[in-house]
Design a protein around this ligand. Structure first.
Ligand SMILES: [Zn+2]
Ligand SMILES: [Zn+2]
Length: 176
């Protein structure tokens, strides 16, 4: 069990970073920014609003390059599609959820008294489904065409996670 839990956490973990060149709007420097770790951010959760977690600085003048990175993230990833495998996982998840909710409602309607508690028992598995969904989506990062997947998490576009393989530059956009 412990091993499974460790494996689960490891799969869900992602490496923050930034390996794409930016142009500093203050001094005109063009190249890789200095990566100074990351900070938690709050995604707006809709549309293509970019959220950058990496703290990026211009190596020439020290300007914070968050807005430049946000623009770049939109440019790089807005045309990128969620992979079909990812979409299939989402559809299966929502279908399973719909079936459980429907079963709960039917039980609630056709039973009474103590039996009315059964829907609660059926709702519980929903919370089991969410970690399974997250795990299955995160597992997609274990593969890359180059054979040496090393995905760097660059930020979020709406609710989509944006990754770039450090070895081959392949882009990956995931939803969970
Ligand atoms: Zn600069
Ligand atoms: Zn790759």
């Amino acid at each position: 069990m412990k091993k499974h839990l460790a494996d689960y956490r490891k799969t869900l973990e992602h490496e923050h970073g930034w390996e794409v060149e930016l142009i500093c709007s203050a001094c005109g420097y063009r190249g890789l920014p200095t990566y100074k770790g990351w900070q938690p951010g709050y995604s707006m959760s809709f549309g293509v609003t970019p959220t950058i977690f990496a703290r990026l600085e211009c190596p020439a003048c020290g300007r914070d390059l968050e807005s430049e990175a946000a623009t770049a993230l939109v440019e790089i990833f807005s045309q990128e599609k969620i992979p079909r495998v990812n979409r299939r996982i989402l559809i299966a998840f929502f279908a399973a959820m719909a079936i459980m909710v429907l079963a709960s409602i039917l039980l609630f309607v056709f039973t009474s008294g103590l039996w009315g508690l059964i829907p609660l028992l059926l709702i519980t598995p929903l919370f089991v489904l969410i970690p399974i969904l997250n795990y299955r989506v995160a597992s997609l990062r274990a593969r890359c065409d180059c054979g040496q997947p090393h995905y760097i998490f660059m930020g979020m576009l709406g609710r989509a996670y944006c990754y770039r393989c450090s070895n081959c530059g392949r882009l990956l956009k995931l939803r969970d």
